[in-house]
Write a protein that binds this ligand. Structure first.
Ligand code: PSU
Ligand code: MN
Length: 305
């Protein structure tokens, strides 16, 4: 499988010395945020991971190769060039036909796992869409979480989703969903969803111990660490819900579905909220990167006492 992987120099060095690495996804950049904010965010998130003492590995498929760690030139390509949105089902196609694409949570987890990276920071995971009773639109992220041993640090699932059903689906698949310093599932742009979580950790050390224990028990699922957006950056749930409902109501007439749905909704919500949703999105990604680096460092200390 190494034949498909191209490591950036800093990632290759970190792998050689066995120091902590944090994987980062690219769909959030290419399909989730406008240019140039996406590029600025990508650079800043990498800087945050480095400052915390870990190595960032931003992942994308470029011209048929899985890049683990992107040069600034490649990062710029991902931020500016229209490219495919790659979930698990699309990876082999993109690689075997020499195409380029940004990786979703699902595809990034697979690439991280192939590269031996255990910790991954993103914004929010995909899940069960509202109206899934009719559309059966359920993100491949859930299946990837069920089958890929990578820990995902996120601000919950995007609140455009059906959050109760998303939690049920994760429970069925045996994926631990752990609140970080919180007893409920965060709702991405808002800290609160009203949905209780029974698992909670309050420090990177506790998270690292839990991760080690989960895999020592022989499980091969992913783990979700749900880190609420910082208080000062959140948009209260009642307010967000108005933007979300308005955007979803427009999807019928706009005739969007499938892969295009999540990016379309995020873009509409950005407009409806007057840009505030993007500010919040950037803030929560930063916060998740910081926590992911701290957890990766604790995992590293655990295995190198
Ligand atoms: N969260 C965001 N912006 C995004 C996504 C999540 O704030 O762009 C992306 C992630 O890459 C996630 C994907 O894996 O949306 C899920 O898309 P879908 O529902 O089509 O599986
Ligand atoms: Mn879908």
């Amino acid at each position: 499988m190494e034949q498909f992987l191209r490591f950036a120099d800093e990632v290759a060095d970190a792998r050689r010395s066995g120091t902590p690495i944090v994987a980062l996804e690219t769909t959030i950049l290419s399909h989730g945020m406008p240019y140039p904010q996406n590029l600025e965010t990508a650079r800043e998130v990498e800087r945050i991971v480095r400052e915390a003492g870990a190595t960032p590995a931003t992942i994308a498929v470029l011209d048929g190769a899985i890049h683990v760690g992107l040069s600034d030139e490649r990062l710029t390509r991902v931020a500016r060039e229209p490219m495919l949105k790659l979930s698990s089902a699309d990876l082999a196609y993109a690689i075997s036909s020499g195409k380029s694409g940004a990786t979703t949570v699902a595809a990034t987890m697979r690439c991280a796992s192939l590269a031996g990276i255990e910790v991954f920071a993103t914004g929010g995971i995909g899940g069960v869409h509202r109206g899934a009773e009719q559309t059966m639109d359920v993100s491949g992220d859930l299946e990837a979480l069920a089958t890929t041993p990578v820990t995902v640090i996120c601000a919950g699932a995007k609140a455009i989703l059906d959050l109760p059903k998303t939690l049920e689906a994760l429970e069925t698949r045996g994926v631990p969903v752990i609140g970080y310093g919180i007893d409920e599932f965060p709702a991405f742009w808002s800290r609160s969803s009203g949905l209780p979580l029974s698992l909670r950790v309050d420090s990177p050390e506790d998270a690292a111990r839990l991760i080690r224990t989960h895999y020592a028990l022989g499980f091969e699922t992913g783990i979700v660490i749900a880190n609420p957006i910082p208080v000062r950056d959140e948009i209260p749930r009642a307010e967000m819900e108005g933007f979300i409902r308005a955007a979803i109501a427009e999807t019928d007439t706009a005739n969007v579905h499938g892969k295009a749905l999540t990016p379309w909704l995020l873009d509409r919500i950005l407009t409806l909220s007057g840009g505030r949703s993007l500010e919040a999105n950037i803030a929560l990604v930063r916060s998740n990167a910081r926590l992911a680096a701290a957890i990766a460092l604790s995992c590293f200390r655990n295995s190198n006492p």
